[in-house]
Write a protein that binds this ligand. Structure first.
Ligand code: CMP
Length: 143
């Protein structure tokens, strides 16, 4: 057993099309536990900071504009091997290549508008969770 946490964003495209409920249901049905969740709208600078590793990529500007274009749902997920399990549940980055039973296959549109984000490693999960859920906030919530 590797009990782990991972970080999830339900992106503005999924929020706008009314897919929040179904995506949270798919997460819970997979056996991952949603231990914290909230709705927010990222500022451009918050999105730039979150995706700083991609800042040299050609799609960075578009990505920041997209991620700050509307509300998102950020969550902390917990479970055995949560990072990999959530990545499997999401499917590949490019929604057009994702299997129909994955979140991106069901709710994504293309490589940018891909419905969800999930951490790519346990180390990045810690960084990403801290970015949106300060230690004190999680402690107050979870005890
Ligand atoms: P995410 O898992 O949130 O991590 C980085 C995001 O950048 C990715 O999902 C996509 O939304 C976006 N992305 C990755 N590659 C491309 C691309 N080639 N063109 C546009 N957006 C991309």
């Amino acid at each position: 057993m590797t009990m782990q946490r991972t970080f999830s964003i339900i992106k503005p495209d999924a929020f706008a099309k009314g897919a929040i409920g179904d995506i949270l249901r798919m997460i819970e049905a997979s056996g991952l536990k949603i231990i914290a969740t909230k709705t927010l709208r990222m500022t451009k600078s918050q999105a730039e900071g979150f995706y700083a590793v991609h800042k040299e990529r050609s799609f960075f500007g578009e990505l920041v504009t997209f991620m700050s274009s509307g509300p998102v749902v950020v969550s902390v997920l917990e479970g055995d091997n949560a990072v990999l399990r959530y990545r499997d549940l999401m499917g590949p980055t490019d929604s057009t290549k994702a299997a129909p039973n994955t979140i991106r296959g069901t709710h994504g549109t293309n490589i940018e508008r891909n419905a969800v984000h999930g951490s790519d490693s346990p180390e990045n999960a810690v960084i990403e969770i801290n970015y949106f859920f300060p230690e004190s906030e999680l402690r107050a919530l979870l005890g």
